[in-house]
Design a protein around this ligand. Structure first.
Ligand SMILES: Nc1ncnc2c1ncn2[C@@H]1O[C@H](COP(=O)(O)OP(=O)(O)O)[C@@H](O)[C@H]1O
Ligand SMILES: [Mg+2]
Length: 255
């Protein structure tokens, strides 16, 4: 199995705050991984280390055997699609201008851009007539679809999403969860997803990585976290969000 990301002993401080405390994580190409944990546990920081957006204080981070360093992060990031926590669309650009920004910068021919936009509208199920709208003329769910299209524009090898559904109401969120799952399956790309919702993590990703106070406390499937928790914290975290456990009720009662 080929590791696409290999992080070893990563340490990151923000002033007096230890955001990542000796984090080692290897992600196999083509798999989907969810980083879960409470607010402040270091999920976004870990994602930003993978993107080369933050300099670390210790350890090594590699993407396809290349050290991820902020000075070369632009070239690396063209291979990574990133959907940031707040959406991050440019308000003064239309939907299609937002999505095509990097492709324009890389001088893609107009026809290639147009064809890719068309594919992405179909993939994310956003009607093409939204192409000329501005972000403020979209709903939260539509904006997230545009953020996703922008991340996918250059056909990245990996897709990194930071709480992509965090701000949405439950029904829109459920719709988008199903669409995201289909998209992940059709792409076959490596996906790293941040969420604080364990049921969403289990629905969208094969492997969960649970962070607590900047450390990985457990790495495995939801069933493994439930049946063989690495520490009492894992059980507390899982039990605090009961609904995902319903499907695991019978195996759990045989422990
Ligand atoms: N730019 C920053 N400046 C100072 N502290 C930060 C910054 N980013 C994150 N932190 C701190 O680092 C810790 C981890 O944050 P973060 O990775 O954003 O957690 P999460 O995404 O799990 O909520 C928190 O204590 C947070 O306050
Ligand atoms: Mg975060």
């Amino acid at each position: 199995m080929v590791s696409i990301f290999k992080l070893e002993h990563i340490v990151k401080h923000y002033g007096g705050t230890l955001a990542l405390d000796d984090v080692s994580l290897s992600i196999t190409a083509g798999t989907s991984v969810a980083l879960i944990g409470s607010s402040g546990s270091g999920k976004s920081t870990l994602l930003k280390v993978m993107l080369g957006l933050v300099a670390t204080d210790g350890g090594t981070a590699q993407f396809e055997n290349t050290v991820i360093a902020p000075q070369q992060s632009l070239a690396l990031r063209q291979q990574m699609g990133y959907v940031i926590q707040e959406g991050g669309l440019f308000p003064h650009l239309t939907v299609s201008e937002n999505i095509a920004l990097m492709a324009e910068h890389l001088d893609w021919p107009k026809e290639k851009i147009r064809a890719r936009l068309s594919e992405l509208f179909a993939l994310t199920r956003l009607p093409e007539h939204f192409a000329g709208r501005y972000p403020k003329e979209l709903s939260g769910g539509q904006r997230q679809r545009v953020g996703l299209m922008r991340a996918l524009m250059l056909r990245p090898k990996v897709l990194l999403l930071d709480e992509p559904l965090g701000a949405l109401d439950p029904i829109i969120r459920a719709d988008l969860q199903h669409d995201l799952k289909e998209i992940f399956q059709s792409l076959g790309a490596t996906v790293v997803l941040v969420t604080h919702d364990i049921s969403e993590a289990a629905f969208l990703a094969e492997t969960l990585v649970l962070l607590h106070e900047g450390r990985i406390v457990q790495h495995g499937s939801l069933a493994e976290l439930v049946r063989s928790p690495a520490s009492p914290f894992v059980t507390r975290f899982v039990n605090a969000q009961r609904s995902p456990l319903e499907s695991l009720q019978s195996p759990q009662s045989t422990i």
